[in-house]
Design a protein. Structure first.
Ligand code: HEC
Ligand code: HEC
Ligand code: HEC
Ligand code: HEC
Ligand code: HEC
Length: 411
């Protein structure tokens, strides 16, 4: 049986190719399992449920300490599936809401009801979507989550009069644009540096700032040409791939940032050896890392002597804040009284850190290690960490993004 398949609830025409629009309906709304659509849209389903054609990987993760249980994607789901398909069974958010939220369903964006798309100009603040009831959560973000309108029609970019669809379809000119993703990838109002700001970061820092015209789909759903549905006798058309590579795809996270280091000649005014580390966001249409406050990118710098020994080490963390102000240990006592105390304490206990690198931004960090005379190698690396709160020695959730080094001479 296919993952999450429940039969008998949706009426399917026996010969869909001859079907009239309206013969296939979806009474379960956004809780309609994607398998129902996958019966006709097989190639799209293979991308969504198996990750066919991408390097997606959801390795087991630990919540905090090395003695915590490994949280792995449960069968019959594949750990190479898309994040959307796994959203209902991904054990990490489920564990997080038990620990941080007393088990209450906070993950409204992980399982919402059907919604109208917001307007790019009018809706400056995006409000959380309405969640489904708890018993309807397990199917996660389904095909219907994005495609079903509140009045039960399937939205897409094509004019239904050009299609042979057995369901009621409607052309939405905004469907190919970033507003399709806004509801679940932002939580208003905009706060620079905070978590869950991806759509705003795209809108304000990238699109409206004139950095480029690309929508979320251009980078996360690049198109191919093939029939929209199989075995229905329909002609091939352009369709965006349904793979959504993100922080679980090494090939994508490696495109986001460039890393370089240079020695600054201080004209004898500064004690020590000034170095500049440049981190530039060249590939993402939003901040990096983006989204959940759990994401982090570690920058490490090592000065290595002629014998290969590291004699000085330094480290920075780039991550979204949990709340609307910088994470800081100074708030630990005040956090104790918050309803979300566990999550707030977790972020503040890690202390202050660099904010994410915004779209188009070049972040320059200066560092002045105290070194004796000699020749040294300075090596910098960037490491993506899916869960910045768990034990640093747990490496399966980490991916090296970039590495750079220079040789310096201290007279
Ligand atoms: C019985 C077969 C069948 C089922 C079940 C089915 N579809 Fe379709 N769908 C089609 C066919 C056929 C087309 C038209 C393809 C064409 O003419 O190129 C289509 C068209 C579409 C389009 C394009 C609409 C547009 O205006 O751009 C979308 C999007 C879509 N389907 C999504 C879904 C989703 C989501 C589900 C499940 C909730 C689903 N379909 C279930 C057969 C099906
Ligand atoms: C996260 C939101 C999302 C989910 C989940 C999703 N789609 Fe789509 N789908 C889109 C977007 C956005 C496009 C338009 C792509 C583009 O702009 O290139 C699209 C395009 C399509 C099309 C082509 C019609 C068109 O408008 O381009 C079909 C058919 C389709 N999806 C079917 C499905 C099926 C079947 C599933 C589940 C197996 C599914 N989709 C899941 C967002 C989604
Ligand atoms: C109905 C809510 C919803 C909509 C609409 C939606 N997403 Fe998502 N998306 C999610 C959730 C929830 C997750 C994470 C699931 C998890 O990790 O358990 C996710 C994950 C992702 C990821 C993977 C992130 C990672 O860390 O690997 C990408 C990329 C992504 N979405 C892009 C998009 C794009 C592009 C669109 C619009 C075409 C879109 N999403 C629309 C809810 C949504
Ligand atoms: C110009 C290309 C581009 C555009 C436009 C773009 N992205 Fe991304 N996105 C990337 C790259 C590259 C990454 C990997 C770096 C990272 O993790 O931030 C990424 C990562 C992500 C992630 C994973 C973030 C994390 O760190 O966990 C999500 C979710 C996501 N994008 C959603 C979106 C949404 C939603 C939009 C539109 C509002 C969008 N993206 C627009 C290129 C793009
Ligand atoms: C505004 C919509 C939204 C709300 C509300 C939300 N989430 Fe999420 N969550 C997302 C999206 C989108 C992602 C995908 C990754 C990203 O953007 O970094 C995600 C990712 C996650 C992840 C990482 C999953 C992985 O496997 O990498 C965890 C854990 C998580 N959410 C837990 C929660 C908990 C617990 C709550 C309630 C306190 C919650 N979320 C509320 C949208 C939301």
């Amino acid at each position: 049986m296919l993952a999450g398949c429940v039969g008998g609830t949706t009426s399917l025409s026996p010969t869909p190719s001859e079907a009239q629009a309206g013969q296939v309906t979806f009474p379960l709304g956004t809780a309609t399992p994607s398998e129902v659509c996958g019966r006709c849209h097989a190639a799209v389903y293979a991308e969504v449920a198996f990750g066919t054609g991408a390097d997606l990987k959801w390795k087991p993760i630990i919540y905090k300490s090395l003695t915590d249980p490994l949280l792995a994607i449960p069968g019959p789901f594949f750990d190479t599936a898309t994040g959307h398909h796994l959203a209902g069974v991904d054990p990490w958010p489920l564990r997080a809401r038990d620990v941080e939220n007393n088990g209450a369903s906070c993950n409204t964006c992980h399982y919402p009801e059907a919604f109208e798309l917001p307007d790019l100009e009018r809706d400056q603040v995006i409000h959380e979507p309405t969640p489904r009831t708890r018993v309807e959560e397990v199917v996660g973000v389904t095909c219907a989550s994005c495609h079903l309108t509140p009045d039960g029609r399937i939205r897409g970019r094509y004019d239904p009069r050009e299609l042979l669809a057995p369901h009621e379809s409607v052309r939405d000119p905004n469907f190919g644009t970033s507003v399709t993703c806004a509801f679940c990838h932002s939580k208003g109002p905009r706060v620079v540096g905070k978590q869950t700001q991806t759509f705003y970061e795209w809108r304000d820092d990238y699109f409206n700032a004139g950095l480029g015209p690309e929508q979320c789909q251009d980078c996360h759903m690049p198109p191919v040409v093939r029939p929209l549905a199989e075995d229905q006798g329909t002609a091939p058309r352009a369709i965006g791939q349904h793979l959504w590579p993100g922080s679980h795809a090494a090939s994508l996270i490696r495109q986001a940032l460039t890393l370089s280091i240079r020695q600054v000649h201080g004209y004898g005014r500064t004690a020590g050896t000034p170095l500049e580390i440049h981190i530039k966001n060249v590939g993402a249409g939003h901040s990096v890392p983006s989204g959940s406050n759990r994401r982090g990118i570690w920058l490490t710098a090592d000065v290595i002597d002629g014998g290969g020994t590291t004699i000085v080490h330094n480290e920075w963390l780039f991550a979204p804040w949990y709340a609307s102000r910088p994470d800081d240990r100074a708030f630990l006592q005040a956090d104790e009284n918050l309803p979300d105390a566990v999550a707030a304490l977790q972020a503040d206990a890690q202390g202050p850190h660099e904010t994410p690198v915004r779209a188009g931004e070049e972040r320059v960090l200066t560092w002045t290690p105290q070194l004796p005379a000699g020749t040294f190698t300075v090596r910098v690396t960037l490491l993506y960490d899916l869960n910045r709160y768990n034990d640093r020695s747990f490496t399966p959730d980490q991916t090296e993004l970039a590495r750079s080094s220079i040789s310096i001479q201290i007279p």
